[in-house]
Design a protein around this ligand. Structure first.
Ligand SMILES: C[S@@+](CC[C@H](N)C(=O)[O-])C[C@H]1O[C@@H](n2cnc3c(N)ncnc32)[C@H](O)[C@@H]1O
Length: 393
């Protein structure tokens, strides 16, 4: 039988040699070795589950482990609820099994199975004899079209995650998310067809609500005269900025098919007089000059480091000395939100085929090496969704 180097107690190629004796390890490594040995021991697990003082911790840990093993099931229960519009069916108050089954088009037994599953994750709760109501989690999701849109589009991501190792090894060339995000790895992004741009641009616009609110609260746009939103999508972010700051001039750069959608949105919102849209490829075409604030909202994490450097240099040139750059996106290494930046986005962007969530330090380094200074991280209400960095050109 072949053992891998770790099992033989030897380092992997290129790794520093493992210390000879445990005593030569630092205290942290010794403690970790001791803890992991203990947690892996079936005897200890049995003891901890029986002993009154550790019983609660042991049960909590077991539930956490079970959650890791089975998390994908809960996401699919949620998807079933969204597809059947169950939360809307409960929006006006508790309903009976029969009414819900008829409304969702399920047999009563299937409806009950789904309701029980939804109760187990607090999407639904019982409201007296034979009645069901929105649960705490279901109430949060109800009436929030952006979350429903996200959940629906996760069906694509789910397809790509079927073989996560193949995904990590880059063996899965044609992923569903690459097809969805038509510009990802496109030979000629500027030629992305309107109908392909429409699918992702609609999703982006739907999920922009929270982002724009948090960015506007984190940074004072009033100190600026003109803003250029680079990769601004169909203008949902700039429309919110424009509504909050009536004297700001608004400029948006995106692929031609997307910029055309933004122009329509600005016209519909009565912003056409102070909003300009530019269609092009931000890797190949010059960005318009004249703004004293440039923004990248959920754009840089889509691209690899070389591409990000190119974008930062282009923004620097467009701004000129003293101009301000604002980056808004979820960051890796966000305390308390590691599962979003490192977990979710880590794999999401692998499926998209380019980019990664970066830490503040990684983005700072890229900013500095492309001519920016005075780099600051601003507090946001929901760091899980978006963080804000500003820098001076
Ligand atoms: C993830 S979306 C973010 C959209 C918007 N900023 C938001 O937060 O809703 C990335 C945007 O970058 C645009 N984009 C991607 N590649 C581009 C390119 N080469 N030139 C111009 N825009 C591009 C896409 O069309 C898309 O609108």
């Amino acid at each position: 039988m072949r053992l891998d180097p770790a099992e033989r107690g030897q380092p992997f190629p290129g790794e520093p040699p493992m210390p000879e004796k445990p005593s030569s390890l630092g205290w942290r490594a010794r403690w970790r070795r001791w803890r992991n040995g203990l947690l892996a021991s079936p005897r200890f697990q049995r003891w901890a589950a029986d002993f009154p003082l550790t019983r609660r911790i042991a049960r909590r840990r077991a539930a956490e482990s079970f959650g890791l093993l089975t998390g994908f099931v809960y996401s699919q229960i949620l998807l079933a609820c969204v597809r059947l519009d169950l939360f809307a069916a409960l929006a006006d108050g508790p309903r009976s099994l029969g009414i819900l089954a008829a409304r969702c088009g399920l047999a009563p037994e299937a409806m009950e199975r789904l309701l029980r599953a939804a109760i187990s994750i607090r999407l639904v709760e019982r409201a007296g004899e034979g009645l069901y109501a929105l649960g705490a989690q279901g109430a949060t999701l109800q009436g929030n079209p952006s979350l429903a849109a996200m959940i629906e589009h996760h069906a694509l991501f789910y397809e790509d995650l079927v073989d996560p190792v193949a995904l990590l090894k880059g063996e899965k060339r044609d992923t569903a998310l690459k097809r969805f995000w038509a510009y990802a790895k496109a030979e000629d992004p500027a030629a992305v067809a309107p109908e392909r741009a429409a699918a992702y641009s609609t999703l982006m616009a739907k999920t922009q609500g929270f982002i724009a609110r948090d960015v506007l609260d984190a940074y004072d746009f009033a100190r600026h005269r003109a803003v250029l939103d680079i990769g601004g999508g169909e203008g949902a972010f700039l429309s919110a900025v424009g509504a909050a700051h009536p004297s700001l001039s608004l400029n948006l750069f995106d692929l031609p098919a997307v910029a055309a959608r933004a122009a329509e949105r600005f016209a519909a919102a009565g912003l056409a007089a102070r909003a300009e849209t530019y269609g092009g490829d931000f890797f190949a075409d010059a960005l318009p000059h004249g703004a004293d604030l440039a923004t990248f909202v959920r754009v840089l994490h889509d691209h690899d480091d070389d591409a990000v450097s190119k974008l930062l240099r282009a923004a620097h040139t467009a701004l000129g000395p003293g101009g301000r750059l604002l980056i808004a996106e979820p960051l890796a290494g966000t305390p308390g939100a590691e599962s979003a930046g490192d977990g979710y986005f880590g794999l999401y962007l692998a499926a998209m085929g380019s980019g990664r969530a970066r830490t503040f330090d990684e983005l700072s380094m890229l900013l500095r090496s492309n001519g920016f200074s005075s780099i600051r991280l601003h507090a946001t209400r929901q760091p899980l969704l978006v963080r804000v960095i500003t820098a001076r050109a």
